[in-house]
Design a protein. Structure first.
Length: 332
């Protein structure tokens, strides 16, 4: 006779056999669900083969299984034998139905899971394709921003060189203006000396007037003529010096205005370079976020809520970064 088998963990076969015997004693058919409810644990897949073994030994235990037990069968009342046979057939049929139903449910669940997994794989493939396209677009945008930054850097160097050249020219103009001022002072001093000499000459001629009036008149006329010529020459020199001074002053003012414009251009170039660097940093951050998203998408299990939430959060951060970059590019 077969005896119940014990296992080291989970539901024991002896527990299943004892539950089936108890159900028979209560006048109930031992089914997989009733045995599980009586024990309080165990899955249908675990209980089903143990209950099959119980049914396989039920005939022999009741004395209706074979010729070797004919003596025992004669001692069992026929109604009991018939009831046992009916119980055996019914329980076996229900057990097979339950097992078939459980297998069908598992197959349906497996097919649904496979279909869902295929759909998730397709979605993941589409996301990876989209992220790859975004990555390529962002790489192109990064290269463009870097090229713009390099161009702005070159323009900034050119402006700085022009500013340095303007400073040197301004220094030369200042030196020329200072030299013109010194020349003007020298001409004024020379004119003053000539005026003093002419006054001395007039005084000398006046002293000689008493001795030689005619000679004095001639000398006076000559002195007046020389004085007039000297005044005219001095005035012409002073006019030329004043015109030169005004020209140098005008050139100095134009140079200062040009330097101011160059400073403005330099500030604008520096602002543009800073903006290009910010755009390059934003694009780099977006590329790193896309790479983290791609890595998270390739390692996450299909249907995992936490990975999906993380991807949604990374996509939201990427969209916000793109919006900030577009706002910086838009004209103000």
């Amino acid at each position: 006779m077969n005896t119940p088998k014990n296992t080291s963990r989970g539901v024991q076969e002896a527990d299943v056999w004892a539950a089936a015997d108890a159900l028979i004693a209560q006048g109930l058919r031992p089914t997989i669900e009733r045995v599980r409810q009586h024990i309080g644990r165990g899955s249908p897949n675990t209980v089903s083969p143990m209950l099959e073994n119980w049914f396989a030994t039920l005939g022999r235990r009741l004395g209706v299984a074979g010729e070797q037990d004919a003596a025992q069968a004669s001692s069992v009342p026929e109604p009991i034998q018939r009831m046992a046979q009916e119980l055996w057939s019914t329980a076996r049929e229900e057990a097979l139905q339950s097992a078939s139903a459980a297998l069908a449910e598992r197959e349906a669940a497996l097919q649904a899971a496979e279909a869902e997994q295929a759909a998730q794989k397709e979605q993941l493939l589409q996301r990876e394709t989209a992220m790859q396209a975004q990555k390529e677009a962002m790489n192109q945008a990064l290269q463009l921003a870097q090229a713009q930054a390099q161009d702005l850097a070159r323009r900034l160097d050119d402006v700085q060189q022009q500013l340095q050249d303007r400073d040197e020219r301004m220094e030369e103009l200042r030196e020329a203006l200072a030299q013109a001022s010194r020349q003007k002072e020298s001409l004024q001093q020379k004119h003053s000396e000539e005026m003093q000499a002419a006054a001395l000459e007039r005084q000398r001629l006046a002293e000689q007037y008493a001795g030689n009036e005619r000679h004095m008149l001639n000398e006076v006329d000559r002195a007046r003529q020389e004085l007039s010529n000297a005044k005219k020459a001095a005035q012409e020199q002073e006019r030329k010096a004043e015109a030169r001074s005004q020209e140098l002053q005008a050139r100095l003012e134009r140079s200062e205005q040009e330097i101011l414009n160059l400073h403005t251009q330099l500030q604008a170039a520096q602002n543009a370079a800073a903006l290009a660097q910010e755009r390059a940093a934003d694009i780099k951050s977006l590329l790193e976020a896309q790479q983290r998203m791609a890595a998270a998408g390739s390692t996450a299990e299909p249907g995992a809520l936490t990975a999906s939430s993380a991807r949604k959060s990374n996509l939201s951060a990427a969209r916000r970064s793109m919006l900030r970059m577009r706002e910086r590019r838009s004209p103000r």
